[in-house]
Ligand binder design. Structure first.
Ligand code: Q9C
Ligand code: ZN
Length: 342
């Protein structure tokens, strides 16, 4: 399987993440990708393809134009305020507050942010756009007949909604790729989100639609980020009713229980009969992940990769989370190798 990759991800190099009231070094760091590339090399999966430039049209099929305008100008506008730190939201249109779109950047960043850990700084927009190009290039490979492709996206995307950023995500790369499949003639696309966190952005984007089936296994939002979405009773609405599947799992979930949840999601996907599968591949389900508390071990990733391969669907892997940096390469490549062995 080919990997789509660009150095442009390095432009996303923010220095600060709000955590427990402190600004810490971001978990979502460039080194994550270095470890994945190194492991791909080591395992001989070294066909690396550079992304093509698709421009904003395919991104605008998913995201609000004013939101994209905000992302592309935020850092410049923030600097005009003379602040010393990176751009971060501090005020939101919470319950009972008017929800008109502010024109001032301090208001606007709160309007478009859903959480405060994610800062915007020099290069964030350029990296986010390149990350979408990576996903679109992988989509093009699979549309062109490859069985599978790996989009080594960074920054990740699954928390980004049509007009919201957060959870380290700005553009929803998996959603953009799914829409590209449909725009090129696919009738049905399934997105399977195996990141530890609920893919709230992906859910929001497709919640009212039946042409994309979204399934997510994740830490119970009662206890875990993103807290407000990802419950079992969120099944889609209107046209989309029955086309969203959430499987929240409790803290400490180990492979056996996780894998039976995956088997359930897989059978729903087969029932749906998609033309293509997009896997939102977060490996923060790993036992030593610093942000999460599932208990998958490195060999478990191979086993579930095999399960994904047995679905027999054209598959686009889109990189999401995973913060145990030293092991991230092993865990990601194990999934891809498991898939390829089938
Ligand atoms: N105490 C992805 O994995 N954590 N994003 C906020 C938790 C944010 C994860 C603080 C986690 C975002 C793509
Ligand atoms: Zn995650």
């Amino acid at each position: 399987m080919k990997t789509v990759y660009t150095d442009q991800h390095r432009l996303r190099n923010s220095k600060s993440e709000m955590k427990g009231g402190l600004l810490v070094s971001p978990y979502e760091c460039p080194e994550r990708v270095d470890y994945i590339l190194a492991r791909l090399q080591q395992r001989g999966m070294n066909t690396i393809v550079s992304p093509d430039a698709f421009g904003l049209d395919p991104v605008k099929r998913i995201h609000d134009a004013q939101y994209l305008e905000f992302l592309s100008t935020c850092w410049t506008q923030w600097q005009t305020l003379g602040y010393k730190g990176e751009a971060v939201a501090s005020v939101w249109p919470a319950r009972g507050m008017h929800q008109r779109r502010p024109t001032n950047i301090e208001g606007m960043i709160g309007y478009y942010a859903f959480s405060s850990e994610t800062t915007i700084s020099q290069g964030t927009w350029e990296a986010a756009q390149a990350s979408a190009d990576v996903a679109l290039t992988a989509q093009r490979l699979v549309a062109g007949g490859e069985r599978a492709a790996f989009a080594l996206c960074r920054p990740p995307g699954h928390h980004a909604a049509s007009d919201l950023f957060g959870g380290y995500c700005f553009i929803n790369n998996a959603a953009v790729a799914a829409q590209a499949c449909l725009d090129q003639g696919a009738k049905r696309v399934a997105i399977l989100d195996v990141d530890f966190h609920h893919g709230n952005g992906t859910q929001e984007i497709f919640y009212h639609r039946s042409d994309v089936f979204v399934a997510s296994l994740h830490g119970n939002p009662q206890e875990h980020y993103p807290h407000f979405l990802g419950f079992e009773d969120e099944c889609g609405a209107g046209e989309g009713e029955g086309f969203n599947l959430n499987i929240p799992l409790s803290s400490g979930t180990a492979f056996e229980a996780w894998d039976s949840a995956l088997a359930m999601a897989c059978s729903r996907i087969l029932q749906y009969g998609p033309d293509v599968l997009i896997v939102s591949l977060g490996v923060d389900t790993f036992v030593d992940d610093p942000l999460s508390n599932f208990r998958l071990t490195s060999p478990d990733f191979t086993r579930y990769g095999e399960r994904l391969g047995r679905l027999g669907l054209p598959t686009i892997f889109v990189m999401e989370g995973g913060y145990a940096v030293a092991e991230i390469g092993t865990n990601v490549v194990n999934v891809l190798e498991g898939f390829e062995h089938t």
